[in-house]
Design a protein around this ligand. Sequence first.
Ligand code: ADP
Ligand code: MG
Ligand code: ZN
Length: 751
Amino acid sequence: MKPGSARSRSGNGVSRHAVEGGGGDEVTELLRAQLQQWWGYPGFRPLQKEAMSLVMQNRDSLIVLPTGGGKSLCYQVPALARDGMAVIVSPLISLMKDQVDTLQSLGIAAGCVNSMQTPEEKSEIARRIRRGELKLLYISPERLVQPRTLDFLRSTKISFVAVDEAHCISQWGHDFRPEYRQLKTLKQEFPGVAVHGYTATATEQVRRDIVEQLGLATADVLVGSFDRPNLIYRVERRVDAIGQIRRILSRHKGESGIIYCISRRNVEATSQALNRLGVKTLPYHAGLSDEDRRRGQDAFIDETAEIIVATVAFGMGIDKSNVRFVIHAEMPKSLENYQQESGRAGRDGLEAECTLLYSPGDVETWNYLMRDVEDEGVRTTSEESLRSMKQYCSSTQCRHRMLVEHFGQTLDGPSCGACDVCLKEMTEVTDALVVSQKILSGVIRQGERFGTGYTAQVLKGSKAKRILENGHDRLSTWGLLKDESETQLKHWIDQLLSQGYLRQSGEYNCLEVTATGRQVLKGQLTPTLLRVRQSEESDRREDSWDGVDRGLFEELRGLRTRLAVSRNLPPYIIFSDATLRALAKHRPSNAAGLKQIPGIGAKKLQDFGPVVLFEIQQWCRSRKIPTDVGFEGRSNSEEVMEQPQTSKSASDSVSSEYYDLFEQELSIEEIAVQQDTSLDTVSRHFVNWLQFQRRTDIGPWVSAAVQARIEDSIGRLGPEKLKPIFEDLRGEIPYHVLKIVVTVWELEQHE
Ligand code: ADP
Ligand code: MG
Ligand code: ZN
């Protein structure tokens, strides 16, 4: 199957072109308008449009897209375009919370039901559902299938059911959740309501299982490319793990990333070693208490901790979009795992680095860990998986190509431009034949009774005790490649192994020359050998940084953190890294410019527009650099940007003018008159300004007496809801004043 191509599997001849049939264009335009308005995204990602139109047509579907492919939008956008409420099944509270927070931050009416909620919160959600206020309801599978829930939902208008992380239903998948099995009854419980599954699973078996279990026999199945072009894959032989990790980290100062290890022990050791070197990391593994793990995960999400050292226990349940690197300090047990774990980097579509440090000993570690597996079948599968994994590590082929081919797809073009091989960080050895012959004859001279490390040592000319005892310092091959590093020699031996010129046998993995290896010795075949380029830093141009003012990017990142803290939300939900970079590149000076930045929809514009403009203006003014740069020739936008409206709507009048007025300590009322707008609008900007300035002295705007009265109410009723406070004060104080005092009260809590 070709990447990006869609395929339809159906019991009754439903074909793919039917997807876009009948009024498709209008529907597409409607979806596109929603995407622009709420998310501020100018266009669809591959297959999103097709996946969304299936939802619009009420046709069951299974959508397979890689992590970061944008699956959530495939159901969220149509949920807004359709009547009624969409029910979204999600396996983990953290995932639900993340998505609901994201949607709410965009101004979309979404909610969730979960076991962590208080009875009051639950009945509030029920009320909102009954009033038809919610467009999306997130729920766990076990709760959805409870008879009470089903009864309740049957009395409301359900637009469709989306099953996210649908592979959890399959016991063949990596995250099997028995509760998902109960979803079998969905099709009977809600006749006429379409069910849609979404997953990143690459295996055919799991996909078949999903279709069967969810009863989606007639569903359209769309499968996207598994390639993640923004991930830069590298493989290095592990010689000095901590040193190698540090070199990678030095390219990612202040950015988030994950370091995976096989065992708990190694997680602890690696984390401590890095901490001793002054690199702050947090360990994460199944041996820690629930509380510690939760704290670690939260710290990562909130960006109070940047680097997590973890076992595979860490990852599922985290949709953090700006993970900039994933390092495997040891080899994962399969390419499926590698794809999964490394795939947690770069969900936002910006470049991210995935480096795997391996040593052949990792295979033994895995074999050791699996020594107690009784099941013959499981054993064979895992041995095969390890073989493919090892092959990947020692290969001289494009990493992207190997990965997609492993999953039965192909990659177009000769070079991916995003792996160590294609970036020519590894250069081809020109006299590969001679070098190979030296290595292979070394193996033969040693009687084919020694492993990789030993062979490399002999070729290097080592005087190790064992070599002297064996008299191998007298072999003609001793020191034959003494100018090469031992690591380089081991690399080459791995490459000869992976190309089949050598094989390993016996308990000690002794090297033997194969039949094709002998042809090399006769000069009939020439292997490919790669040399790791000495300079570690590749001078690859990172396009997504082109034209970005890095200083301003850092400023905006700081602003994002402050906004996130004051709203108790993860920073990446406030703005994605992609949005910050676009801001630091185009440096808009007004609302019309802001609207053109991907990721700034109507609500973000309203909530954060003023502070962002203010920050940009300050930066550009003090450094005398231009604003509104390069808005025209924007590429990768499928549509012409909306022109700024001529009417003076609330969001259009967004500008840092307000901030100057607040600085002058003009009253809210005066400003409203001056700007010809409502008190609500002014006070909204005012609240933003207070948060931005972290200003808690509001003497010029609210008298001390009024402030004291309101604070007394907040003290008794809490700051969450304004209505009770309003009533408590007998309606004598207008809402906008309450909001201002609540903001200051919250700011003070965070001091
Ligand atoms: P998945 O569930 O497939 O792993 P998500 O739905 O979490 O992926 O999306 C990953 C990221 O990509 C999110 O930050 C999302 O906002 C962003 N994204 C999705 N679709 C688009 C789009 N059409 N344009 C720009 N960004 C998008
Ligand atoms: Mg997802
Ligand atoms: Zn490549």
